[in-house]
Design a protein around this ligand. Structure first.
Ligand code: IMP
Ligand code: MG
Length: 184
């Protein structure tokens, strides 16, 4: 596997990710076997995860995407979650599964969950590929977690640093000296 020199070390390669997705999809499929899921994916980071996970779930489901932002190109959350697309998907009476790439401070998922609740879904669960082991600013528990990781900045498989690295087929830790440098 060719690893970009910007990557300090690889945490999960493609086969490891896909193996884990297989297990997650199996659980989700069992949990929702008698319902119709409404999946809401949070863009852009969950793109690869969404696409690889959903193709392993052989249930009837609806898919919607939400675009929110909180990082403004930096590695620290700004504390504010911005909805780039205002209409809340119509989830009244539906069983919603929220998908995101990573649970960090919890701000994004807490804000999205709160906003979706106003549309009166029947249930909301949260599914993330990665969860950082850390104290969260907001109480958010993910119902489905791919991998727990240390509190390090990771990129690849949808995750970005200033919109780069999303296309890497693996998840890796970015070399620390590349973070927070202007003009990158
Ligand atoms: P939270 O609101 O702090 O939980 O952050 C969630 C969002 O921040 C994720 O959807 C990612 O887009 C971004 N994020 C958090 N940690 C990382 C990371 O280590 N690498 C890349 N993006 C991250
Ligand atoms: Mg992001």
């Amino acid at each position: 596997m060719l690893v970009q020199s910007d990557i300090e070390r690889v945490l999960f390669d493609g086969p490891a990710i896909h193996k884990r997705l297989e297990e997650m999809a199996e659980r989700i499929t069992a949990d929702y076997s008698d319902r119709e899921l409404t999946v809401i994916a949070i863009l852009t980071g969950s793109l690869m995860f969404m696409s690889d996970l959903l193709r392993r779930i052989p249930l009837p489901l609806k898919l919607d995407c939400l675009s929110v932002g909180s990082y403004h190109g930096k590695t620290q959350p700004s504390g504010e979650v911005i909805f780039n697309q205002s209409p809340v998907p119509d989830v009244a009476g539906r069983d919603v599964l929220l998908l995101d790439d990573i649970l960090d401070t919890g701000q994004t998922l807490a804000a999205v969950r709160k906003k979706l609740k106003t549309a009166k879904p029947r249930s909301i669960r949260v599914c993330v590929l990665l969860s950082k082991r850390k104290q969260r600013a907001r109480e958010v528990d993910a119902d489905y977690v791919g991998f727990e990781i240390d509190d390090e900045f990771v990129v690849g498989y949808g995750l970005d640093y200033m919109e780069r690295y999303r296309n890497l087929p693996y998840i890796g830790v970015l070399r620390e000296e590349l973070l927070e440098q202007p003009n990158r």
